[in-house]
Design a binder for this molecule. Structure first.
Ligand code: GLA
Length: 763
């Protein structure tokens, strides 16, 4: 269905920035690079398109960076770029195709008209004929800022001045925000195989089984409608730590016009290290080699033992008198029997499922002794059930529909996610919330003002019954404004009614997203920022249900300083995350400001996880984060005591993604009952140390390498701000003791990677 109103979401804005940061690619060999010599002039004048115009007084500018980064931060509207370039006919001599010239101008934010020697060449990335009359205003045509400007002309086109000076003039219109030309580097070349043939190494993820057997399908597309290409396809997998070649293969290949070649490789990799898959296609009769590479995942998490292991938090908050639901997460070979001692009055457990239900009548702390048994052994643990005022005594762990399905979420997808929590075993590691984000709301309220689900969500009671029957919880989403960020109905002026409706449906978690409330708020004062959140808090307090309250307003007014006082259990500290290194690391490594404000029941939320298959809509793809970036993501979020909300398709889990989300020692850092958030205690160049005190008196420490190359470093305990001399150190991803160390230790950290440690005072 079409949402009634479209509100520009912070998600779109962050994508805009990210695509700018990530759009660098290699220019082609042996061509004319157009990185230098550009002239720039704000304003607009038709004479600027003429080759005769004298632009020598214009300022110099780089086409690789937006104009905002080059002294024009406040420039919106029109501006012009010009360059003078000689195009030698020798370009044609070695060309694969001698019939056409390419003029590639990178990307332009956000619209353009381009002239070659005074004649129209292209508009917003579409080549036009020489006789075209450009409209006065450059047409918008959608997301024109993201489109590559690649113009193709017949070699005998009269607009080209072979062996002489050519003037390219670009009229740019920026409607607001960032503007101008930006990478990849512009160039001029003859048409080549590389204009049609590209690798897609992300289409099919690596499949790993038993930690060492790797399989991957390499996809090589030929977008030409006419030409087949022959060439040599080479594939290598190289251990980045010691340069060992793990796999190498060369094959001659025939690429059919308009077809994608799918080439399967499989190999054994026992290195458990950062490895790179490098691919190249060398076309016959062309100098240009088409290359691409992608990191190969490696699994550090050992498989859980056959004997039972009780996972999940060691403390759990509820409010007396409210329905109680908790599924004890236990791994180990089935059948496992679960026995509990000390359950407070009003609660009961189902021994087969380990699901505790009921209602606690009185406030109090109830330590519950859990014993899990199977044929291979026994495990025991104490869970403190705290019946009081505070929920989410450890950060919520679950799934949210947004990063994968965006507005295309529906009830079946939500049920499938709940099923997958059990079938994959994720629930046995403590994952429990199934949260519906935007896109569930009907376009109109009922005559009595009640909100209902749209046709994708016909029956919320049925849905919550389904989710609860598995011992899982159900979350929902709304906005304090009249509309959500996706343009669906919000809760404005219906707050109490909506809270009651959700409670009636059996909702356990509400994400409350500012969005269109911006139009209601009088100003940006703290009072106005807090008002809608206080109101929904009041409304939630009137219902007879434990509903975790998640504030989402992107960090406005330093929400971490007051999120707890308006009754939030968690609050987003940033704009929307996306699956790139710049987005994830930019958000994660900035969280230290908010660190002092995290405590049990009150969490900073740096946004949801971007591992696995994501997509923000119906078309999903494997995350663009490299394997080491994914280790960094999960390690950092655990150190930050961040809510962990998986944002991928749970029905499409590969072993690597599962290994990231089921390492109980890593998850225990996030769920530690002390509830402190890690601090950034040391920064040197690209190296950062983050440490977090744990309830048992030990420390979790993340040693991160944000740089582009691997690093070997001597980590001194004093730099970790630890006072002792001698510490026992455990590698949490490998779940392996590294030994006792004095003063410090040497560690190797891959690019964009991490070593996550537990450090305990030596005896
Ligand atoms: C905003 C939020 C996202 C998501 C969308 C839904 O962008 O920050 O997390 O909830 O709205 O429209």
């Amino acid at each position: 269905m079409k949402p009634p109103v479209k509100i520009k979401s912070p998600f779109i804005l962050s994508l805009l920035l990210i695509s700018f940061l990530f759009s660098c690619s290699q220019p082609r060999q042996g061509n004319i690079l157009l990185t230098d010599g550009w002239k720039f002039q704000p304003g607009d004048n038709p004479s600027f398109s003429s080759p005769l115009f004298n632009d020598s007084s214009w300022e110099d500018i780089s086409p690789l960076d937006l104009w905002d980064a080059q002294g024009h931060a406040d420039l919106d509207g029109y501006a012009w770029y010009r360059i003078h370039v000689n195009i030698p006919s020798s370009l044609k001599t070695h060309a694969y195709f001698k019939d056409s010239l390419i003029i590639f101008l990178g990307k332009i934010d956000d619209r353009d008209q381009t002239w070659l020697n005074g004649k129209p060449l292209g508009q917003n990335g579409k080549t036009v004929s020489a006789g075209t009359k450009f409209p006065d205003d450059i047409p918008n045509g959608g997301e024109t800022w993201a489109v590559s400007r690649k113009y193709m002309l017949a070699a005998d086109d009269l607009r080209i001045n072979w062996d002489g000076e050519n003037v390219i003039a670009i009229r740019v219109f920026d409607r607001g925000g960032l503007g101008g030309m930006y990478g990849p580097a512009p160039y001029i070349s003859m048409r080549d195989v590389g204009d049609y043939v590209t690798f897609n190494l992300r289409k099919e993820p690596f499949m790993i089984s038993r930690q060492v057997n790797y399989k991957k399908i390499i996809v090589l597309n030929n977008a030409s409608t006419k030409d087949d290409f022959d060439g040599v396809l080479s594939v290598e997998v190289i251990n980045q730590e010691n340069d060992r070649v793990i796999f190498s293969e060369t094959t001659t290949t025939h690429l059919k016009a308009g077809k994608a070649l799918r080439h399967s490789i499989s190999f054994i990799n026992v290195d458990t290290a950062n490895c790179l898959l490098q691919c190249s296609f060398k076309p016959e009769k062309s100098k240009n080699i088409i290359t691409a590479n992608v990191g190969a995942p490696y699994i550090l998490t050992p498989p859980p033992p056959a004997s039972p292991r009780i996972n999940g938090p060691r403390v759990y908050g509820t409010r007396p008198g409210h329905p109680f639901l908790y599924r004890i997460p236990v791994t180990g070979e089935r059948p496992v029997s679960i026995d509990v001692k000390g359950l407070p009055e009003g609660l009961k457990i189902d021994d087969n499922t380990g699901i505790i239900t009921g209602k606690i009548l009185r406030k109090g702390d109830y330590p519950v002794r859990i014993t899990a048994r199977n044929a291979a052994g026994t495990d025991t643990a104490t869970l403190l059930i705290r019946a009081g005022n505070t929920l989410a005594l450890t950060p919520p762990m679950g799934w949210n529909s947004w990063n994968v399905w965006g507005l295309s979420v529906d009830a079946d997808k939500v049920k499938a996610a709940a099923d997958a929590f059990l079938s994959t075993g994720l629930a046995d590691h403590g994952w429990s919330y199934i949260n519906i984000d935007d896109g569930w709301e009907a376009p109109h309220r009922t005559p009595d003002g009640a909100i209902t689900g749209n046709e994708k969500f016909p029956d919320f009671k049925d849905l919550s019954g389904y989710v609860h029957s598995k011992g899982l919880k159900l979350g929902i989403y709304s906005s304090p404004g009249p509309y959500t960020c996706g343009g669906y109905l919000g809760s404005y002026q219906h707050e109490f009614q909506d809270a009651k409706t959700w409670a009636g449906w059996g909702i356990d978690y509400i994400k409350y997203d500012w969005c269109s409330y911006g139009k209601i708020a009088k100003d940006n004062s703290l009072e106005e920022l807090q008002k809608p959140y206080l109101l929904m808090r009041k409304a939630l307090d009137t219902v007879n249900r434990d509903i975790v309250y998640s504030l989402c307003q992107y960090g406005m007014g330093h929400v971490w300083e007051w999120g707890a006082t308006v009754g939030g259990n968690l609050w987003r500290t940033t704009g929307d995350i996306t699956d790139t290194w710049n987005s994830m690391s930019g958000i994660g490594f900035r969280q230290n400001t908010a660190s002092p404000y995290a405590s049990p029941g009150h969490w900073n939320d740096p946004d949801m996880l971007v591992v696995g298959w994501v997509g923000w809509g119906p078309h999903i793809r494997p995350t663009r984060l490299t394997p080491d970036e994914q280790y960094t993501h999960i390690s950092l979020w655990s150190l930050l005591s961040a809510p962990l909300l998986i944002g991928c398709d749970l029905t499409r889990m590969d072993d690597f993604t599962m290994s990231l989300l089921t390492n109980d020692e890593v998850l225990a850092v996030d769920q530690d009952p002390l509830g402190k958030q890690a601090d950034k205690v040391y920064v040197k160049g690209n190296i950062q140390y983050w440490t977090k005190p744990l309830a048992d008196g030990s420390w979790a420490a993340g040693i991160f390498n944000l740089g582009e190359g691997k690093e070997k470093i001597n980590v001194m305990f004093s730099d970790l701000k630890l006072k002792g001399n001698s510490y026992e150190v455990r590698d949490l991803w490998r779940q392996k003791n590294l030994g006792t160390f004095h003063k410090g230790m040497e560690l190797k950290i891959p690019s964009h990677g991490v070593v996550l440690l537990k450090i305990t005072r030596g005896v």
